[in-house]
Design a protein around this ligand. Structure first.
Ligand code: MD3
Ligand code: FE
Length: 203
């Protein structure tokens, strides 16, 4: 159940499954306060993935760029706090992958509809790039693309299913990555959607 994809990149198959009831209850509370929404890229395009956040700061995109902010621009209020169940899962997964002491202060929530994809990108808006990112996949499956240090590098395809948790640290932290278009499917927990939680140390 523990696969090493690369130096610092560890897949923990089904790691989140025993905690899914708490995760979905917490997710419901978060998105009732900070609804999932389609952000706009700096170039003016509507993102096809719907996003929200919890924690001390949240990731944002708008016409002025990408950044982390303590306030949700939709409400003008702080993002909902990170639920204990989220924090515990992220810390336990990081520890299982060799990153003891991970202290995420941001959790980005991504919701994919059928046909939606996430194009190749790097995550480098965080201050401390030595901290890993922990990602939790829920609902309909996806094919994750795991590339190299440059956009043109060949990508590995990694299938990710409901409950899979991946820890991306060390050399893997700055690799290009993305998600292929989500195939139409149904999952009892999320209907036609895929939901991904990414835990980060942003500040
Ligand atoms: C590999 N999300 O939100 S999670 C993102 O499935 C993002 O929603 C994808 O990429 C999703 O930025 C992928 C897996 C992931 C997250 C961060 C990484 C993989 C990563 C950072 C470096 C390398
Ligand atoms: Fe990313």
């Amino acid at each position: 159940w523990r696969e090493e994809l690369d130096a610092g990149a560890v897949v923990l198959r089904r790691f989140a499954l025993p905690r899914q009831a708490e995760l979905f209850a917490a997710l419901e509370r978060i998105t009732s306060q900070a609804p999932l929404r389609h952000m706009v890229t700096p170039g003016g395009f509507r993102m096809s993935v719907a996003m929200s956040n919890c924690g001390a700061c949240g990731w944002l995109s708008d016409r002025s760029g990408y950044r982390y902010d303590a306030l949700d621009p939709h409400s003008g209020k702080p993002w909902p706090p990170m639920p204990q169940a989220f924090l515990q899962l992220a810390q336990d997964a990081a520890a299982a992958a060799g990153f003891a002491g991970f202290a995420p202060d941001a959790c980005l929530i991504n919701r994919y509809e059928p046909g939606t994809r996430l194009s190749l990108h790097q995550d480098k808006d965080e201050c401390d790039l030595s901290a890993p990112i922990v990602s939790v996949s829920l609902g309909v499956p996806a094919t994750f693309l795991f590339g190299g240090g440059q956009r043109a590098d060949k990508c590995r395809r990694v299938p990710l299913a409901h409950g899979d948790v991946v820890v991306w640290g060390g050399l893997a932290r700055l690799r290009y990555h993305g998600v292929l278009p989500i195939k139409a499917a149904q999952h009892p927990a999320t209907g036609s959607h895929r939901i991904n939680l990414t835990f980060r140390k942003a500040r």
